[in-house]
Each structure stands twice: as C-alpha cells, then as structure tokens.
Design a protein around this ligand. Structure first.
Ligand SMILES: [Zn+2]
Length: 172
C-alpha cells in the first residue's frame, strides 16, 4: 500500500470537476458544495482501501477501530495528520494538524470549506442521514495547531454554534 508522495492530496473526481469550473475566488458555499459532491466517492475509496488491510466490512468494525482507520485513510489521502475521536457534544470530532487546505495560499482565507464539505459528504454517506459539520477552530485563522471539525446531527451542530456565538458575544 503506497502512500501518495508528500504534498499530493487525493481528491474525488467529482470534486475536481467542480473545482476546475470555479472562478478564481469561490465563496464558502461553492467550495463546501464541491467538497460535498465527493463524499460518496471518498467513502467508496475508503471501503476499498480498508478491504486491502482487513477482511472486515466497514459496517462490521468496532467503533474505535473504525475511527482509527478513517483517520489513517484521510491522512493517506494527503489531508495532513488526522485524528478522529468521539466528542460528548457531537457524534465525531475530526482534528487535522498541518491541514492541506491551510497550505493553499490565496487572498482571503476564511476557513477550510472544501474540507468541511468533504467531511460532510463522507460522514453523511456513511450515516445515511443528514448531518451537520462545522469547523470549530482553523489553524489558518490564528489558532495555530490543528483544524478541528465537529460532525453531528444538524441540531447538535446548531447548538454548538449557538454556544460559541454566545461566548463570543460575552467577550465582545
Ligand atoms: Zn482550517
């Protein structure tokens, strides 16, 4: 099982097709939609990749093994140093150190929208129902360290967002 060379990010074809047609400066919604379009393909690639190292079907894996393997796969795709964990307030938390998207240099970086879209498409395809994804912290936006994403039901993510907004309001 060979890793892609350093600096190369594997991206589903569906995403690339959409990216090619984008104007120079795409907005957040467009980037998220492009990432989201690749969710199914990414999940298929994960299932295939996982089969090469184990005979178990994804659905049969214990949750902690699944999380470990998903993190390994996303790292293998060139996303960065990925970890996947449970979070009491959400279903899943994904943390990416050295996130590939923060290394794209362009004028106005406002977070990792393609990654957010890809995570949404991937986990929604896996779960089989609608999920919300939010980037809690972005390395590019001053937090340094890792980009952190939470994935949960839309209600869970809304309430996390509301909490953060309230906290930000208290400070300001
Ligand atoms: Zn980020």
């Amino acid at each position: 099982m060979n890793k892609p060379p350093n600096g190369v990010v594997s991206m589903p074809r569906e995403v690339l097709h959409l990216l090619i047609d984008l104007p120079g400066e795409a907005d957040m919604e467009t980037l998220r939609a492009a990432g989201d379009a690749g969710g199914n393909a990414l999940l298929d690639a994960f299932a295939q990749w996982s089969k090469q190292s184990a005979t178990d079907e994804l659905a049969d894996l214990p949750v902690d093994v699944f999380r470990e393997r998903a993190a390994e796969f996303l790292g293998y795709c060139g996303w960065g140093d990925v970890s996947v964990a449970s979070n009491s307030d959400a279903l899943i938390e994904v943390s990416i150190a050295d996130c590939w998207e923060t290394r794209r240099k362009h004028g106005e970086q406002s977070g990792c929208h393609l990654t957010t879209g890809l995570l949404h498409g991937f986990f929604a395809a896996l779960a089989g129902y609608e999920l919300g994804v939010m980037e809690l912290e972005c390395a590019e936006l001053g937090s340094g360290g890792s980009c952190r994403f939470v994935i949960g039901t839309p209600e869970m993510v809304d309430s996390i967002y509301a909490e953060i907004s309230a906290e930000a309001g208290d400070k300001g």
